[in-house]
Design a protein around this ligand. Structure first.
Ligand code: KDG
Length: 346
């Protein structure tokens, strides 16, 4: 090796050492990672007073307390850092550390997440917990690292209900021609087409003004979101369709995760789980209690009968069959077996 290449090697080694020593650097390997101060940017799409925001606030508290302030969580609510997809992309790039999106818009990345978007799949939250916390949910988390993401478990968005400002919706015929905003998800889009509606996928941040200006007639979301986002100000009719359940998935940037020493990973993993249990509980309470308040605020509530719901189920059956083939018969079969087991035990 001549003098100048020796110098080159020395410079390379020195810069590598400097990089490893600098706080928050993205290149440290986990075995050499040390317990240093870090700022964790965590963003969600819903408001601070929505259970998603409340769960994030508890997560912050636990992490900061357990790390004695060494790990600082900076929370961003209401899509301040972008919608679910944009935040997820930021995690992949390593420019943000945590987000807790619905699984639905992730289908472009992990298509199999679409199995949770099958309409009328879960009958109650307990069934969703069993599948998400069981082998199927855990198997899907394992698909995330190849996309630069680490999944630490599931929180809850919940059962979705339809609102619109045109007319009451009870039966399939009432969906005809309604322009409904959906999430950016192929199963949701096709299900609303099958019901006779005119689906219009868009990020949540654009929804309020789309309803206000009449770009869409309606939308569908859990009651807690309808209440905290004040959709009752621009929507008159609320139909308790509970046509699909949406999970949230707790995502961490893999670039960030790989830098962390195992003690810090444990703090974050435990806090995500603990805050998640609280979030699910608060979410169920909020979804239960929001109805009376929305009615008080003037929304006209429609309760489709069993026969009317069965009519909707009938319409979306072919959509479920088509996407079962796309996402894998075996995976769907595994999920259905898990569901049957849960139903037998209750
Ligand atoms: O961060 C979560 C929310 O942005 C989002 O998932 C809410 O269900 C939702 C929707 O309709 O976009």
């Amino acid at each position: 090796m001549n003098q100048s290449s020796k110098k080159g090697v020395l410079v390379l080694i020195l810069s590598a050492l400097l990089l490893l020593a600098s706080p928050g650097c993205g290149t440290a390997v986990s075995s050499q990672a040390t317990e240093q101060s870090r700022i964790i940017r965590a963003g969600v799409g819903l408001k601070e007073d929505h259970p998603q925001g409340m769960g994030l606030a508890l997560f912050k508290e636990i992490v900061e307390q357990k790390s004695e302030g060494r790990l600082q969580v900076d929370p961003y609510y209401s899509g301040q850092l972008g919608d679910d997809l944009r935040m997820t992309t930021a995690l992949q790039a390593g420019t943000m550390e945590i987000t807790i999106p619905s699984t639905s818009p992730l289908v472009g990345m992990v298509p199999e997440y679409g199995i949770f978007d099958f309409p009328f799949l879960f009958r109650d939250e307990g069934e969703a917990d069993a599948v998400l916390d069981g082998p199927v949910g855990q198997e899907l988390l394992k698909k995330l690292p190849e996309h630069g993401l680490v999944g630490l478990g599931y929180w809850e968005n919940g059962f979705r209900n339809l609102t619109n400002d045109q007319h009451p919706v009870n039966a399939v015929e009432d969906f005809r021609g309604l322009k409904i905003r959906t999430m950016q998800n192929e199963v949701h889009i096709d299900a609303f087409k099958a019901l006779g509606a005119n689906p219009s996928p868009m990020p949540l941040s654009e929804l309020f003004s789309a309803m206000e200006t009449g770009v869409v007639d309606g939308q569908e979301n859990p009651l807690a979101t309808i209440e905290t986002n004040k959709y009752d100000e621009v929507q008159k009719h609320l139909s308790l369709t509970e046509h699909v359940y949406t999970p949230f998935v707790f995502l961490v940037s893999k670039k960030f995760w790989d830098e962390l020493p195992s003690a810090d990973r444990n703090i974050i993993r435990d806090a995500a789980r603990q805050a998640g249990l609280y979030q699910r509980e608060e979410n169920r309470k909020a979804n239960r209690d929001a109805l009376a308040r929305l009615e008080e605020r003037g929304m006209k509530v429609n309760r489709p009968s069993t026969a009317e719901r069965e009519g909707m189920e009938e319409k979306v059956r072919t959509v479920i069959e088509r996407y079962t083939q796309k996402y894998g018969d075996q995976l769907v079969e595994e999920m259905m077996q898990e569901l049957e087991k849960t139903r037998r035990n209750h």
